[in-house]
Design a binder for this molecule. Sequence first.
Ligand code: ADP
Length: 280
Amino acid sequence: MENEVRRRIMDERLKKVKDRMSKVKHKIAVISGKGGVGKSVVTVNLAMAFAVHGYDNRVGILDADITGPSVPKIIGLQGERLVAEPQGTVIPAVGPLDIKVVSMGFLLQTEETPVIWRGPLKARAINQFLSDILWGELDFLFIDLPPGTGDEPLSIMQLLPEMDGVVIVTIPSEVSQIVVKKAVTFAKHLKIPIIGIIENMSGFICPKCGEEIDIFKRGGGQKISEDMNVPFLGRIPIDPEICEYSDKGLSFIVEHKNSPAAKAFMEIVKKIEEFLKSKE
Ligand code: ADP
């Protein structure tokens, strides 16, 4: 009986989240096998690349990385608070290029306070949070999930309706190849299509001589995509400006549009568009 009630509540919540997201055409989750590979930086820059590509005013980011929400800082919205409407709806904040942003980080008391939620409270908070957001009409919503393939990203994924697919971010070293396999298995287990793998921090272009240096060994992402029969979306080199712009919350894609990293993001946009077209 108790289970039945719980299931009904869950179904109702899922329905509400689905309604709220019904005007979002494409929902894409960004995952990684482990933290620190640049998942959030890739999510933000990908969203910006889509906005620049012609989807301006039609792109959103949901920062669902509850343990370490870093999107607000990267997109220059640190310290922002969400506006709650009387009917219990939440209006996203608006970042550069009119990107709509909602982050768990907006719910924190101060920037230094980590979010420490206990299990059941956490599930309830996320659930409530997702069902309250009024995204409006969007072409793309990018979801920055918590790192890894454990309970946390899993439970959030299960709350999100009709995902178009996941993008897996990795760095090109052996150890990350093992963890990326877990990420591939994770998406397959959830029956969510894998749009492809992005190899971040792939090579370093010397700002002085322009020569490319492979700091972490190149090609790990490409190799794993071949091994696991998953598309490869592209390589983003290490660019100190990405770090600099992320720290300042400025748009790297706009300010450095001719850099190899910005061009790589724009190529990835086209590949994701092709993927979505092939699904129509
Ligand atoms: P994750 O979300 O996977 O934990 P972040 O996106 O927070 O990782 O990135 C970790 C750090 O690496 C940040 O300081 C970020 O600015 C930096 N970074 C990520 N990708 C790049 C890149 N391609 N070039 C330079 N710095 C990068």
